[in-house]
Design a protein around this ligand. Structure first.
Ligand code: TMP
Ligand code: MG
Length: 297
């Protein structure tokens, strides 16, 4: 009887049968989902990474830009600086996705990447009023189905925290131009500081890089305090550093971790399966998150 009921309910999340879906423990996923459905949508919050999680990794075989890349490729950056940022990307991105190195080994190198890139960006005298045009002219692309995802969370009053090691000013502009920057969306990220004339002078606050999202979350406990009636978390990420984004949530009841595995799939699949409940392999859509939301509403 129970098996029968379970399989009936499983069928209601058709997207979990997509060929891109891999799960270490499908039964465990079902249990989390049924628990969340029973607890109700008003006990749920969504915490998501931005770059390569809410945005596409590739489109028609061409890489899509991260929030950093949007700025790097824009007219706001000199050719000389573009070349230096490109060298940094070519040096450090392979390290980011190297499965033979531990997070502990990668951490100082990632801090080095972010520190060097941000020092170069700060020298560029970027004008605040030109960021919107840079985003407009970029190849930034949210994943297919993004509109349904953002609109569904908004309609049902589910808070969405976007927790990004990218550039906050740029990513906000991406979701604003896509008309999905709804009032239920809150962003933790690296924000630029501008002088009175609107020229960038520095980055504000503590640097968020790919492996300190836990510290970032713990610095922002006030936000999570406001959400303490929502102990069930749906977490979306594309890096193993994204797994700690929910560490600021107190008295968590359950977390469903959904990970997009975009690159170096064979080498990284096992570690993703070990840490994410649902792994989406080279899936450029929001179909699975949307299918899950449909099940929960
Ligand atoms: P995320 O946490 O929002 O995904 O942002 C981190 C991504 O930003 C990570 O995949 C690496 C990328 N990145 C760049 O593309 N260029 C840069 O200069 C830096 C520092 C990071
Ligand atoms: Mg990411």
């Amino acid at each position: 009887q129970i098996d029968h009921l379970t399989s009936l309910k499983t069928a209601t999340i058709a997207a979990l049968s997509n060929t891109s879906v891999c799960m270490r423990d499908p039964q465990g996923v079902q249990e989390i989902l049924h628990g969340m459905q029973k607890a109700g949508l008003d006990t749920i919050q969504v915490i998501s990474d931005f770059d390569m999680t809410l945005t596409r990794f590739a489109h028609n075989g061409k890489r899509c830009p991260t929030s950093h890349n949007i700025l790097d490729n824009s007219q706001l950056i000199s050719d000389e600086c573009k070349a230096k940022l490109k060298d940094l990307l070519d040096t450090y991105y392979p390290i980011e996705i190297d499965s033979s190195k531990t997070i502990e080994e990668k951490l100082p190198l990632m801090v080095e990447w972010w520190t060097k890139a941000h020092a170069l960006i700060v020298q560029q005298k970027i004008r605040k009023d030109q960021l919107a045009l840079a985003v407009q002219e970029s190849d930034a692309m949210l994943r297919d189905g993004y509109q349904r995802f953002f609109d569904c969370l908004h309609r049902h009053g589910v808070p969405l925290l976007i927790f990004s090691a990218g550039l906050g000013d740029i990513l906000e502009e991406v979701i604003r131009q896509a008309a999905v920057f709804h009032p239920n969306v809150k962003v933790f990220s690296n924000y630029m500081d501008f002088d009175k004339t609107g020229v960038m002078t520095a980055f504000k606050g503590e640097l968020i890089h790919i492996y300190n999202k836990r510290e970032g979350a713990l610095l922002n406990t006030g936000h999570f305090q406001d959400l303490r009636t929502r102990p069930n978390v749906v977490l979306l990420g594309d890096s193993l550093g994204d797994l700690t984004m929910a560490d600021g949530v107190q008295d968590v009841e359950s977390i469903l971790k959904i990970g997009f595995l975009n690159d170096k799939v064979d080498e990284r699949k096992q570690s993703y399966l070990n840490s994410y409940d649902i792994v989406l392999i080279k899936d450029e859509t929001m179909d699975v998150p949307n299918g899950i939301l449909d099940f929960l509403v």
